[in-house]
Design a protein around this ligand. Structure first.
Ligand SMILES: Cc1cc2nc3c(=O)[nH]c(=O)nc-3n(C[C@H](O)[C@H](O)[C@H](O)COP(=O)(O)OP(=O)(O)OC[C@H]3O[C@@H](n4cnc5c(N)ncnc54)[C@H](O)[C@@H]3O)c2cc1C
Length: 469
């Protein structure tokens, strides 16, 4: 692979673009093939009726200073720091997220007593007969007790993932929640920790204009400046291979088929989409692994509001089970440039699976549902949605870490390793619930692995018990 000079990158999200930028910088011949009308993937931004909006809230942050500097370079001055405000709205009150010790007094004395009693009871139970960490529910109940599990973690996760918590792998809890207990929070409030986990980091980067999609457009500019090609509206349909090599990439654009014959292929499209594109030579057990992986989609409902601001938050989690919306975000709190003067927009997220009721619901019904949900919670009056709203549906939003996902992902990645001139990376290419910085780090790792002929392993990024929040 070290003699390769041309690369085709499948997918123009942040993983694909960050890899492509490194290859063009090194003088390679680079083509990015992206199915949507513009680059950005999940970190895209759009414009409508004077508003700029993202696919849900996106805060840009890395634990690595060099990566934060890299983001600033790509954004070329179009960035600002923001101080994160995110809260949980439940039982008619706002709670800080991450929780603060002072939140405890917002709970009723009965609930505090029950939480504490439950916590002690579970500790005793666990000492007598250890509760296995075999699924998300057990993992949380064992550490926090059932009352706190039901209060937020259980209800929110069930709602956001759309499956029972007993079917979710404990991996997810270990990665995302381990430091968010109330007891820990009390300690952290009193004694600030030296190494602040991601969930507690308050400052993040956000573009001054153009929404989070400005980052991808920055990459696109850099790639094209160095002679790379970015083809949008182009859907990869098939890969040809001979022996251990991919020999051709087929894509469809404007109703016509096109073929590229690069030395190297970097794929960032969903694993479950890539493997079947390799055709009949893929063994049956590998196809079975594809069928075993599940993605959840999100229906994003955007409500245009005739007021300056709804809440001061960047986003608010809504665990209440009788409400369809699980999170809202407000882009004017990320940048005032994202809405006309005196107006704001709220983005309401509803978990869905392609073809289910929410996915198939008519846009006007979804807009009414989101407005009614927020009215039920007394967050807004539906008459404020005077300018209406619009809807976006995203199918590959969340890779679902169910109880069997690990084995399926391993089979697919091991199979792809048999192709010596192709690497699969990114959130979709590794079926990894990572953030923007992880996808960018994965793109960089793939490029360095080839360009420097190094052993750097992109598969290890965002694989451990990191804190993602
Ligand atoms: C609601 C939500 C909120 C988030 N909030 C944050 C946050 O606050 N902070 C953070 O850091 N991260 C956040 N993330 C995660 C972040 O958006 C992703 O991790 C990151 O954007 C993934 O980039 P990627 O390139 O790996 O994957 P993707 O963005 O999914 O890119 C894959 C690309 O492949 C393209 N593609 C697919 N099939 C084909 C095909 N057949 N042919 C050609 N192209 C194809 C897709 O169109 C897409 O552009 C959030 C994600 C979601 C869903």
């Amino acid at each position: 692979m070290s003699n390769a000079r041309s690369v085709t990158v499948l997918g123009g999200g942040l993983a694909g673009l960050s890899a492509a930028q490194k290859f063009t910088e090194a003088g390679w011949s680079v083509t990015v093939v992206e199915s949507r009308a513009e680059v950005g993937g999940l970190a895209s931004s759009y414009e409508n009726a004077g508003y700029t909006y993202d696919l849900g809230p996106h805060r840009l942050y890395s634990n690595l200073e060099a990566l934060n500097d890299h983001f600033k370079m790509v954004l070329d001055g179009n960035w600002d720091y923001r101080d994160r405000l995110s809260r949980i709205y439940m039982r008619g009150a706002f709670f800080d997220y991450p929780l603060k010790a002072s939140n405890v007094i917002q709970l009723s004395p009965w609930l505090i007593f029950r939480s504490f009693f439950d916590y002690m009871a579970v500790r005793v139970r666990n000492a007598i007969s250890p509760i296995p960490d075999d699924n998300f529910e057990n993992w949380i109940v064992k550490r926090f007790g059932r009352t706190l599990y039901e209060l937020f973690f259980g209800t929110y996760t069930r709602k956001a993932w759309g499956i029972p918590c007993t079917q979710i792998s404990a991996d997810w809890a270990a990665q995302r929640i381990s430091l968010l207990s109330l007891w820990d929070t009390v300690k952290k409030t009193l004694f600030k920790p030296k190494n602040v986990p991601r969930t507690y980091v308050s400052r993040f980067l956000y573009p001054k204009t153009g929404g989070i999609g400005a980052l991808s457009l920055g990459y696109r500019r850099l790639i094209e400046k160095d002679g790379g090609e970015v083809i949008c509206g182009a859907r990869v349909t098939k890969l040809d291979s001979e022996g251990a090599r991919v020999t051709a990439v087929h894509y469809e654009k404007d109703g016509r088929d096109h073929v590229l014959e690069p030395d190297l292929v970097v794929s960032t499209i969903p694993l479950t989409m890539l493997v079947p594109m390799l055709g009949e030579r893929v063994p049956k057990e590998v196809h079975d692994a594809v069928d075993g992986l599940i993605h959840k989609g999100i229906v994003f409902v955007y409500l245009m509001l005739d007021r300056e601001t709804l809440t001061p938050d960047h986003w608010v989690y809504i665990p209440e089970e009788h409400i369809a919306v699980h999170r809202i975000s407000e882009f004017t709190n990320f940048s005032r440039e994202t809405a006309p003067a005196g107006k704001t927009m709220v983005c309401a997220e509803i978990t869905a699976t392609v073809g289910d009721n929410y996915w198939n619901m008519a846009d006007e019904d979804l807009i009414k549902l989101a407005a009614d949900n927020l009215a039920t919670l007394k967050l807004l009056d539906p008459t404020e949605v005077r300018d209406g709203g619009f809807v976006k549906r995203v199918d590959y939003a969340y890779p679902i870490y169910d109880l069997t996902y690990r084995g399926h992902v391993r089979s697919l990645i091991d199979y792809l390793r048999t192709y010596k001139n192709m690497l699969s990376t990114g959130r979709q290419g590794l079926f990894r619930y990572g953030n923007m910085d992880h996808s960018i780090a994965m793109g960089h790792a793939v490029a360095r692995r080839i360009l420097e002929d190094s052993a750097i392993d992109h598969e290890q990024i965002a694989a451990g018990d990191e804190y993602f929040g």
